[in-house]
Design a protein. Structure first.
Length: 90
């Protein structure tokens, strides 16, 4: 594991998100705010009651209020993007 402050702070944020009931995916082909908006709308429309934060700068999509990672991955893929799981160390 990298020892730099950047990765350590990301790891802490990832662990906090998992504890708070937030699922996080990496979406490498999310490149702009339009992509982020498309993913946010797709997930929130398919899973009512969820809150989505999609950040093209970090390539991370965080979904609060949903417990089914497989369903979220399917929604992201159906929207035309490639989801991957975030490694535990970031």
């Amino acid at each position: 594991m990298c020892g730099c402050a950047t990765h350590q702070s990301q790891g802490a944020a990832h662990e906090a998100n998992q504890e708070a009931g937030t699922l996080t995916l990496r979406v490498e082909d999310m490149t702009c705010s339009h992509c982020a908006g498309t993913l946010t709308k797709a997930i929130e429309a398919s899973l009512p009651g969820t809150q989505v934060q999609a950040d093209p700068a970090t390539k991370l999509v965080s979904v609060q209020g949903a417990g089914d990672l497989a369903a979220i991955k399917e929604i992201v893929a159906a929207a035309g993007y490639t989801p991957s799981e975030v490694p535990a160390h970031i």
